[in-house]
Design a protein around this ligand. Structure first.
Ligand SMILES: Nc1ncnc2c1ncn2[C@@H]1O[C@H](COP(=O)(O)OP(=O)(O)OP(=O)(O)O)[C@@H](O)[C@H]1O
Ligand SMILES: [Mg+2]
Length: 226
């Protein structure tokens, strides 16, 4: 379970990026974070990853206080959270398979595990036939699939997406949303920050709306009009 307990983040003294957020996300939930540019979506994700320190409040990941971790615990927490971003962040000199393998090497997995898991996860995202392509030989949607495969290969409990469909057309956006739903059905908690009304309104999942750092609505089957 993820629990934000009255969390605020103030970057500069005059305004809070996240303001008194109390939020509980159960294992295997699919939650979208929406709101205008600057509403605090990315900041919330960064607080959970402990890429930023909260100014106030406490954040728990399965009972572990993310705001008070030792270095070892931080390492462990980050291994449990996969991340995907709008700009994919693939290594341009590595193939799709090598990009995924690299994440496994960094996690200390063996060559045998890598040989077994990389093709499996690329198959899961529908890219079995493009494993040896370099990023420049892949479409935007395919690049995002590689990034999702890389985020999943170490079997995280939670997948965070920060505008993962932001650079994609509506067909590819629909495909990525389908894939995220499938990953969620396989048992991964998904937290998705997005502006995209199409995404929200086709998901039919919980939607949390942020406005100037505050939660202004939280609906189990949300739609998004703004
Ligand atoms: N490193 C930083 N230093 C100072 N202010 C920051 C920093 N990062 C974000 N902010 C401010 O915090 C607020 C929330 O930013 P955040 O990036 O979380 O918004 P967002 O909802 O992700 O927006 P977008 O939809 O544009 O990605 C904004 O006012 C932003 O200017
Ligand atoms: Mg953002």
């Amino acid at each position: 379970m993820i629990f934000f307990d009255n969390v605020s983040k103030i970057y500069s003294h005059n305004s809070a990026a996240v303001r008194n957020v109390t939020l509980r996300i159960e294992p295997k939930e699919f939650v979208s974070l929406v709101g205008a540019s600057g509403a605090g979506k990315t900041t919330l994700l960064k607080l959970l990853l402990r890429e930023e320190d909260s100014t106030e409040g406490t954040i728990f990941l399965d009972g572990l206080d993310v705001t008070a971790l030792t270095r070892d615990e931080l390492h462990h927490v980050r291994r449990r959270i996969g991340t995907v971003f709008q700009d994919y962040k693939l290594l341009p000199t590595k193939t799709a398979a090598e990009n995924v393998a690299f994440a496994m090497e960094a996690a200390g997995r063996t060559d045998a595990e890598i040989d077994e898991d990389v093709p499996q996860v690329l198959d899961l995202v529908g890219l079995a036939d493009k494993m040896d392509n370099f990023p420049h030989q892949l479409s935007g949607g395919e690049k995002q699939r590689v990034a999702i495969a890389r985020a999943l290969v170490n079997r995280p409990d939670v997948l965070l997406g920060d505008e993962p469909t932001g650079n994609l057309d509506s067909v590819n956006t629909g495909e990525i949303v389908k894939l995220l739903k499938k990953i969620n059905q396989l048992g991964t908690t998904v937290i998705l920050a997005t502006h995209d009304k199409q995404v929200i309104n086709t998901l039919d999942k919980r939607v949390i709306v942020l406005d100037q750092g505050e939660i202004v609505s939280d609906n189990a089957k949300g739609t998004y009009q703004a």
